[in-house]
Design a binder for this molecule. Structure first.
Ligand code: PYC
Length: 310
């Protein structure tokens, strides 16, 4: 399996160029469902240790349906197939540029939740225009056994987010463990209490929003991903969901730009335009760096051929 690894603001992406499973034909949503239901061992083994690393997201390149798109891509982490991935799309853009497959300028990418646009600004910088994002519940309370009631917004940015603001725990690297534990409890409470999307979609990510001590930064976040690890980047789909909440509360105007920081201090520039379906169309700009290119082997006599199960 031929892969290229990059990181976007510290968050790793492994682009699978060839050697992935045959997902057949159909829409990307149908092929993503096949990946989730029929190839769980494949996607876990690509990302789990010792072959992968904590937090890593995979980006499986597939043939796009639309001839307008440069590539089709299905993102996944070690525990779930994702609808979209912002940091992964920035990583993919920089990887395609590294391979000489795209040049500075605009390109379309197909994902299971729709087409997104990337603007390659230079070899490391990509602006992503994401799918239309929206807030679906404002100020909803879930009951957690460990932390009591927690109130937040549910919003969609290509994945489903429960967003808590202000964060009950300061967003600082030394608090990653308690933030993770509380976010897991909130996600479980959302699922158990059926707080999610309009059509029963489960919350798969939890965000805590806080402030940054750094000048010029609008906010800092902590994002829990489905694999129970945290996003080292400010999370592209999470930032999209957050922009939808800021827009719905009239706390940010269309075209106004803010800088959002991750818990490790990497940042995205964020803005939005009004969408056609009542939501917003987010734009996020960030940087990625290619780290490695390699071949993955899955030897039958390797006791950890499919990764270390968690
Ligand atoms: O950047 O959208 C994102 C993302 C989703 C999961 C991890 N990163």
């Amino acid at each position: 399996m031929h892969v290229i690894d990059s990181h976007t603001g510290g968050m790793p992406t492994r682009v699978i160029l060839e050697g992935g499973p045959d997902l057949g034909s159909g829409s990307l949503a149908e092929r993503a469902k096949r990946l989730a239901t029929e190839h769980e061992r494949f996607y876990k083994s690509v990302l789990l240790e010792p072959r992968g690393q904590p937090g890593m997201v995979g980006a499986l390149l597939v043939e796009p349906v639309s001839a307008e798109c440069k590539a089709g891509v299905i993102y996944f982490d070690a525990d779930a197939v994702l609808g979209m991935c912002g940091h992964g799309t920035i990583g993919l853009g920089v990887t395609l540029a590294h391979l000489g497959q795209i040049e500075v300028g605009a390109h379309r990418i197909e994902t299971p939740v729709g087409e997104v646009k990337i603007d390659l600004l230079d070899a490391n910088t990509v602006q992503v225009t994401n799918i239309e994002s929206r807030r679906v519940h404002h100020s909803v309370t879930v009951e957690t056994a460990e932390y009591g009631p927690v109130t937040g917004d549910v919003a969609y940015g290509g994945n489903w987010f429960f967003i808590v603001e202000p964060s009950p725990i300061p967003i600082a690297p030394e608090n990653i463990r308690p933030l993770t534990d509380m976010a897991i409890a909130i996600r479980e409470a959302c699922i158990a209490q059926e707080v999610g999307g309009e059509n029963g979609e489960p919350v798969d990510h939890v965000i805590f929003q806080g402030t940054s001590p750094n000048a010029g930064i609008h906010s800092r976040n902590f994002v829990l991903c489905p694999d129970d690890d945290y996003d080292r980047s400010p999370c592209g789909t999470g930032s999209s969901a957050r922009l939808a909440c800021l827009a719905a509360s009239r706390r940010l105007s269309a075209g106004e730009e803010i800088v959002q920081e991750s818990i490790i201090g990497s940042s995205y520039r964020l803005s939005y335009q009004p969408g056609q379906g009542g939501g917003i169309v987010p734009q996020l700009t960030g940087q990625a760096h290619v780290m490695a290119e390699g071949k993955l082997f899955f030897a039958q006599n390797d006791p950890f051929q499919f990764g270390i199960a968690r």
